[in-house]
Design a protein around this ligand. Structure first.
Ligand code: SF4
Length: 508
């Protein structure tokens, strides 16, 4: 096998960069020419990357012993290429994260596995439950580059999370992954042409003296805000299409393309809704608004002492609890708080289920007892909380009356935050507790925490359960998790007290 791995050429692209080209040529250009202009990844994005890395690690374990090149033996592309070439020459059984380069494009296949026919099986691992069409192009670019390098790839597979896998006492890695043989699909002439065109388009775009023109599209906002957004639109940041927080993407696009400065000029089907007209008025006033008729009845239905309850759920694609499937939501932590009188001191209780097992009777019994003195129990989005409580009532019928009693006392205060309730124009269309509390407190109480969202909490819980951490590290994570969940319960009570205060001010 002759290897062509271009040791001495620098690269202009990677699989990730090429896939970005499909999303937006301008973002692709910036990623190469202006990499330092991209915004740092959001905490949620970092968590997604961490989950992807963990799924990759599990897939390597499932595949069997092998060498991890990039991120294992080296963090240098150049060194990685030398090591990979060496492993190929030695006919290594498995190579993980090998480094290949051809015509300036670098790819790092998740798994290369030697087959009895002497060729390699190329495996791309995805942390998604089920196969997605976008995975095909991803693995096809790798297949193309490996073959251009002279590697004999005799099979191409995509491994995804098996959505019907049910966890037993231990994680069965072979059951967790489902493999799809896509050799035929990626070798189709039309598909290979698509990959070759993508590579040629990429080269041509990068050689242009100026970036492709900016186009406001869904790629700018989804699946998350483009990392070059601020840099890309810096000359137009004051245009109303970017400044008005409550617009939908199609409305922004019309405002930008038609250079409108007043959203009331939007025509059907993009005309402002009644709620948006209200938001526009509030936006111009630029201050907090309270609709007495909507907020007063809700607050009047709440009586002190008031309790607050919040659950954290584990719902990642790697099942942790026996009997659960990828993505199933299982509570592992709750925080409850009780306040005797408005603005008075708060008592809190929390419980973290360790080691992970389906939370039993004691988990909820303790919460029911703690919240018993509360005449109203406020939650933020009661559907999830009610569902969990009813599951316990079904499992432990003797808890049924106490659970039903708690549900009867439950008041969902999420609806307070809305343009027709308590609203600040900076909230845009957000109904998030964290966003509202940060705005109303004029500081973000979550900022100082090590765990700041539910997704991150679930990943930390997974780490403390499945990774060989020291007792001190597990204690630290446990403290971070309980602090975060308690903050949610406290924030719910803060929102209630803040709304009461605003209502009193409005009625004065
Ligand atoms: S903000 Fe939009 S147009 Fe600009 S680089 Fe990103 S995706 Fe492309």
């Amino acid at each position: 096998m002759e290897i062509n791995n271009e040791l001495d050429f620098s690269h202009w692209g990677s699989k990730t960069l090429l896939l970005r080209l499909r999303r937006c040529p301008r973002a692709f250009y910036f990623a190469y020419h202006e990499p330092l202009r991209q915004a740092p990844p959001s905490p949620t994005r970092r968590v997604l990357w961490d989950i992807g890395r963990e799924v990759g690690r599990l897939a390597r374990t499932a595949a069997g012993p092998g060498e991890v090149v990039f991120g294992g033996r080296t963090r240098s592309f150049k060194q990685g290429k030398i090591l990979t070439w060496d492993l190929i020459r030695k006919q290594a059984e498995r190579i993980f994260e090998g480094v290949f380069q051809h015509d300036g494009i670098v790819v790092l296949p998740d798994i290369l596995e030697r087959r009895p026919d002497g060729g390699y099986r190329l495996i791309e691992v995805k942390a998604t439950p089920g196969m997605r069409s976008r995975h095909l192009l991803d693995v096809a670019v790798q297949d193309e580059i490996l073959r251009r390098c002279g590697v004999e790839v005799s099979a191409v597979e995509v491994w995804v999370i098996n959505p019907s896998y049910v966890r037993g006492p231990k994680l069965n890695l072979r059951g967790l992954f489902r493999s799809f043989d896509v050799t035929e699909k990626v070798r189709r002439e039309s598909f290979r042409k698509k990959v070759a065109d993508l590579i040629e388009d990429g080269k041509a775009i990068l050689q242009q003296p100026e970036p492709p023109a900016a186009e406001l599209s869904s790629a700018c906002y989804s699946p998350q805000r483009c990392e070059f957004f601020d840099w890309c639109w810096r000359a137009h940041r004051t245009h109303p299409a970017f400044q008005i927080p409550f617009l939908t993407l199609p409305q922004r696009m019309v405002m930008w393309n038609e250079d409108l400065d007043d959203p009331r000029r939007l025509q059907k089907p993009h005309a402002l809704s009644d709620t948006q007209r209200l938001q526009w008025d509030y936006h111009q006033e630029g201050r907090l608004q309270l609709n007495v008729d909507r907020v007063a009845p809700l607050l009047d239905s709440i009586t002190w002492p008031v309790g607050a309850l919040d659950f954290e759920y584990y719902n990642l694609v790697i099942p942790l609890f026996e009997g659960t499937r990828p993505g199933d939501a299982t509570p592992f932590l709750y925080a409850a708080a009780v306040q005797e009188r408005p603005g008075g001191p708060m008592h809190t209780r929390r419980r973290l289920e360790m080691p992970p097992k389906t939370p039993g009777k004691a988990f909820i019994q303790e919460a029911l007892q703690f919240l018993a003195p509360a005449r109203s129990v406020i939650v933020f989005d009661k559907n999830a909380e009610q569902r969990i409580l009813r599951q316990w009532a079904e499992r432990y019928p003797d808890l049924g009356p106490a659970v039903e009693n708690l549900i009867e006392r439950m008041v969902d205060i999420q609806s307070i935050i809305s343009p027709r309730g308590l609203y600040h124009p900076d909230l845009g269309n957000s109904r998030s507790l964290k966003a509202a509390v940060a705005l109303f407190m004029k500081k973000d109480p979550y900022k100082a925490l090590n765990v700041r969202d539910g997704f991150q909490a679930a990943l930390q819980y997974y780490r403390m359960s499945e990774h060989p951490l020291s007792a001190a590290e597990k204690d630290r994570i446990a403290a971070d998790l309980t602090e975060y969940c308690t903050m949610d319960a406290r924030a719910t009570l803060f929102l209630l007290n803040f709304a009461r205060q605003q209502l009193q001010n409005a009625l004065r």
